[in-house]
Design a protein around this ligand. Structure first.
Ligand code: SF4
Ligand code: SF4
Length: 148
């Protein structure tokens, strides 16, 4: 697993409901280097699965602090969420990020692009929107409630 280094972007981009922290807003507990409440951080912070960190072959240019997009992947359901920094709202449409999205879609992942409160659903070939919603709900329930 890679080291976050100078990146703290997930603590800005993800919504943390138990802290009333909206998406794309720095968490009040983030120092930009560490979390002030690390041992008591909410479950959603504990389970956040950063694609860049967990994928050795993803290059430095895809480090979230560089490309301004943090990918979160839910493996069993094949649901990926691209959390996009509003400071660079179109960044996800360009290289190198669009390359990651294209690869995920080719591998049959459902991809959500989230920009603050805006969201775009990108479907892999052959997948219907209702199927995508079903797997997304399943991923959400598993993360939030520990159910399958
Ligand atoms: S977005 Fe990924 S690399 Fe950046 S701080 Fe979060 S877990 Fe670490
Ligand atoms: S509670 Fe900690 S880990 Fe969670 S968003 Fe805030 S700073 Fe980041």
């Amino acid at each position: 697993m890679k080291d976050c280094g100078d990146c703290a972007l997930c603590c800005k981009l993800i919504e943390v409901k138990p802290l009333n922290k909206p998406a794309d807003t720095w968490c009040q507990h983030c120092t930009k280097h560490s979390c002030r409440i690390w041992s008591e951080r909410p479950e959603i912070c504990k389970t956040y699965d950063c694609l860049w960190r967990t994928t050795p072959e993803m290059p430095e240019e895809l480090r979230p602090s560089h490309c301004k997009v943090a990918f979160e992947c839910h493996e069993p359901e094949k649901v990926a969420i691209a959390h996009v920094d509003k400071d660079r709202p179109e960044g996800w449409r360009k290289k190198p990020v669009i390359g990651v999205i294209t690869k995920l879609l080719r591998e049959k992942w459902t991809v959500w692009v989230m920009i603050g409160k805006d969201r775009h659903l990108l479907l892999p070939e052959g997948k219907k929107p209702e199927e995508a919603m079903k797997v997304t709900r399943a991923a959400h329930d598993r993360v939030m409630h520990g159910s399958a």
